[in-house]
Design a binder for this molecule. Structure first.
Ligand code: GTP
Ligand code: MG
Length: 340
């Protein structure tokens, strides 16, 4: 924003005004061309690097046994014109985070400078204390405003959703590619898991929370928690499933806006291996980056959408069901031999 307060009163003749206008234009341009950055944080081994590799076809090191990311690594993705979006793969948080001051400082610096932070949690975990403690430690010392701003950057994901079985996943085959979908029972379990982490990690921040989305122009409802302008719709507080349902029932014509506001506080299950919900994750991140980013990174969203399918041959590697007849020493049933 232009610092009008620095201009002495009475000094705004036509030349002065033109100078101010130029400065405002320059500052707006600089703001709209500012490179944006997204960091991915979470406990070690939850699959942060794998998620970025699945999204962007990169080869960030992945560790089967021990931590693989030892320092922040950047992947820069070009937008529609000269705009760049940088994803920062962070080393995993471990026990060391609570003891190691430089490590905490590194996380804090990245949280401050990033526009969005994907906070990754292993889907097959039920413990919330380590993540809640890390979060509280990073936000400690921030005043209420700063705390709200930093919380607004966070997008929570449950990684490795494919590890939750049975029941098995469905493969929705469309020619040589297809996508993995949870069975209804599994989808319900994933939802319960997501709600558990939302209650533990998001809900406790209460009125410090904010969620916002772009306004396509038609939204014009305000109340004590909801506000809007030409560009954005904002909600103060926790936009929970119940709150969302209430607004949707009262204003069904704005269901899409409420659904986007809800996405800001939703914990999203995904899987790098099954490429599950990757497009939804990226749409959520881009929405969180603000209205300008939605235009700037259309192409990137298209690229990610193209990567969303899993080749049938790969699906068969992940999902083969082999029954070995141990008495006769032969395979009794081998799904891989079934023609599709
Ligand atoms: N089943 C399954 N395994 C995964 C998935 N994503 C990652 N993994 C495995 O989880 C292990 C850890 O993955 P990384 O991507 O290195 O995890 P990280 O969070 O980056 O780990 P640090 O760099 O130590 O913080 C590797 O063995 C991966 O193959 C997934 O979606 N499903
Ligand atoms: Mg890593």
């Amino acid at each position: 924003m232009a610092r009008m307060d620095r201009i002495p009163a009475g000094a705004l003749d036509e030349r002065g005004l033109e100078k101010v206008r130029r400065r405002v234009r320059r500052e707006r341009e600089a703001e709209s061309n500012r490179p944006l950055s997204v960091a991915i944080m979470g406990q070690t081994g939850v699959g942060k690097s794998s998620l970025l590799n699945a999204l962007f076809g990169t080869s960030l090191p992945v560790g089967d046994v021990k931590p693989a990311t030892c320092e922040p690594r950047a992947i820069s993705i070009p937008g529609n014109s000269d705009h760049m979006l940088t994803f920062w793969d962070m080393p995993g948080m471990g026990e060391s985070l609570s003891e190691n001051a430089p490590y905490v400082a590194m996380y804090l610096a990245k949280l401050l400078e990033s526009d969005v932070v994907i906070w990754a949690i292993h889907a097959d975990s039920r413990s919330t204390t380590a993540d809640a403690r890390c979060l509280a430690m990073l936000l400690a010392g921030a005043d209420q405003d700063a705390c709200g701003r930093l919380l607004g950057k966070l997008t929570f994901v449950l990684t490795k959703a494919d590890t939750l079985t049975p029941p098995p996943w469905i493969f929705d085959m469309r020619g040589p590619h297809g996508s993995f979908l949870p069975t209804p029972a599994l989808a319900a379990r994933l939802e319960r898991k997501a709600a558990h982490f939302e209650r533990a990690l998001i809900e406790p921040w209460g009125d410090l929370l904010r969620t916002s989305t772009y306004n396509t122009g038609e939204f014009a409802i305000s109340d004590e928690r909801l506000s809007f302008d030409r560009n954005a719709v904002r909600y103060r507080g926790h936009f929970s499933e119940e709150v969302c349902a209430r607004y949707r029932a009262a204003h069904p014509e704005h269901a899409a806006v409420f659904s986007r506001l809800r996405d800001g506080h939703r914990v999203l299950p995904c899987s790098a291996l099954f490429r599950y919900n990757l497009v939804r994750l990226m749409v959520g991140v881009v929405n969180k980056l603000g209205p300008a980013a939605v235009f700037r990174f259309q192409r990137m969203l298209g690229d990610v959408a193209e990567l969303a399918g899993v080749p049938v041959a790969t699906m068969r590697e992940y999902g083969n069901f082999l029954v070995w007849d141990g008495v006769r020493g032969v395979s009794a049933f081998d799904l891989a031999r079934f023609p599709l």
